[in-house]
Ligand binder design. Sequence first.
Ligand SMILES: [Zn+2]
Length: 476
Amino acid sequence: MTTTHQTVDLLIAGGTIVTMDDDGHIYEDGAIAVNGTDIVFVGSRQDALQKLSAKETLDAAGQVIMPGLVNSHTHAAMTLFRGLADDMNLEPWLQRIWAVESQYATAENVGTGSELAFVEMIRSGTTTAADMYWQRDVTTEAAKEAGFRLMCGPSFIEFTGPDGIRPENREAVAHEYLSHYQGDPLISTCVQVHATYSVPTPLLEKARDIALGYDAIFITHASESQTEVKTIVERYGKTPIEYLESLGLLGPKTMLAHGVHLRDDEIRLLAERQTSIAHCPESNLKLGSGIARVADMLAAGINVCLGTDGAATNNDLDMWGEMQTAALLQKGFNLDPTLLPASTALQMATIAGARALGLEDKIGSLKVGKRADIILIDFDQPHLTPLYNLYSHLVYSINKADVETVLINGQFVMRNRQLLTLDEAAIKSKTRRIAKNIFQDCSGIFQPCVYNVAMLDYIWKEKLNVQQNLTGYRRF
Ligand SMILES: [Zn+2]
């Protein structure tokens, strides 16, 4: 009897495969095969060896193989401002960051900050991120160069930002970006609005129509802080959620970042509209914004995914830490340890993120036909011994440095902790040079925002007078 062997490019054999598929399949002594960009086999090693011949075989004994993590909400290039404006509320934080960005979010600097974010994310097993920031073309091209999967898109905001694009020109720029990246294998497009407080209604409606025209995911920050909710209620007589609903902006293609301050009826409405929430617990805690009602949202049937937010409010891009924080917060806050179990946290960081970004047919689980976004984790670690429950270790015990090997779209981007597409040393040294300039000129951080726009008339006047505090800042 002869067996016809299919030849594949890569066979990852041995190790334990955590598929994160609908049935939660786990294969001990498993195998996963990749041809080009796609997964063509997931199953037992024995089965794979019988059916497949591989051009290259990777021995994964002792490792856990799982889908790459999906960071559903971040601002990649804000790695440049990591630790620059800590220990303050969202509103004064925004004022200071916008002031620094006005001078330093240049195309060149954003390119470096984005590369640094990709280094950090790949090293910690994140293979996809949804990014919202200035100079998106630069970040997008940096992602392609790094072989990193990115969702990005035109952002709408009321003022002319450091990218030099005036609000009235954002529509044309949006069309350019959205049409240019249609069908790109690594880049998925979306339409983004910074927030309901920073974008007037006509611009918001324009963004909505563009998103509809391209059938694109719509992303905005919503109900992040109490001040934000108060501001929007005062301005429109509606909460941010009610206001978005009145504009027809809630639906299955909308993902809202944060959703910290939601009433019961708003949670029901979001569930009904099948709108996803990108939960960013560490950023919410650090800015003192509050604790999102994730357990209630999950119980209502909302697709809740996870994001780190930017490195200036987190202050890292570590999705493992985010998973653990998310799980522990719901238990402690609700006095109920059964809430948000480890398996749910892991779903939020993988398949729920893929669903929120409209990419569930491509990523988020290890399944034949999906793209090969795969991470290999070294489980031969003291903090992962003994092993009773994989999900438990992946949420409560893992260290981001346990991620050894990362593939995105079938391509190795890190192998045995060696980055293959990014020059980490050069990126870190460029970042330090930029940071030195920012610091030497950082008087701008402690002055009100330089943008002379109407927004300043209504935005959180009472919170602008933050105490100057230079304690702990490094002297370059
Ligand atoms: Zn954000």
